[in-house]
Design a protein around this ligand. Structure first.
Ligand SMILES: [Zn+2]
Length: 178
């Protein structure tokens, strides 16, 4: 039976702490989960480098409060790729995780094609030691990335239905911002 956007993109699926949750795109599942034979420390170093890449001192995340936020962020993340329906891997991070790790957050404009997503964009200020504390905390808790595949087809349909700019880059604004 087909699921709804509300079920597919329930942010509570990322962490039992529930929303708000900061979402981070994971390019490949093994970036977060590591390779066979890695020790715990190796996995943590690897995940810190691969998933929390230091991009000019910043790490891009989006804050989602509900399923509407989450599917629009997912579409925004895919707006720079070949298709809005591409499979997406997402890691969820709670405000408590960030605070406990000693990381600082700053709200900044996102650069996706969806303005609703862009309004929910934050930078984690990169700090090697604090990023490692964050990764260790998430690994200790058994936090896993989640794969969105079939769900992206429904997200793309919903984005089209509401006139999201990610579905048509010539639109002057994103209707889902309203
Ligand atoms: Zn949009």
């Amino acid at each position: 039976m087909a699921k709804s956007i509300a079920e597919d993109f329930d942010p509570s699926g990322l962490s039992s702490a529930g929303p708000p949750i900061f979402v981070r795109k994971v390019s490949r599942r093994r970036h977060w989960r590591g390779e066979d034979g890695m020790t715990l420390d190796e996995r943590i170093h690897h995940a810190a480098a691969e998933v929390f890449t230091n991009d000019d001192g910043r790490v891009s995340v989006f804050k989602v409060e509900n399923a509407d936020d989450f599917y629009r962020v997912a579409i925004g993340l895919n707006s720079g790729r070949g298709s809005l329906k591409e499979q997406l891997e997402i890691l969820g991070i709670t405000p408590g995780d960030i605070e406990a790790s000693g990381l600082a957050l700053e709200q900044t404009p996102g650069d996706t094609d969806c303005l609703h997503a862009n309004a929910r964009h934050y930078d984690i200020i990169h700090d090697d030691a604090a990023i490692e504390r964050l990764v260790r905390r998430l690994v200790d808790q058994g936090r896993l990335d989640h794969r969105y595949k079939k769900q992206m087809e429904r997200a793309a349909q919903s984005a089209l239905a509401i006139g999201c700019r990610a579905t048509e880059s010539t639109l002057p604004q994103c209707q889902c911002e309203i």
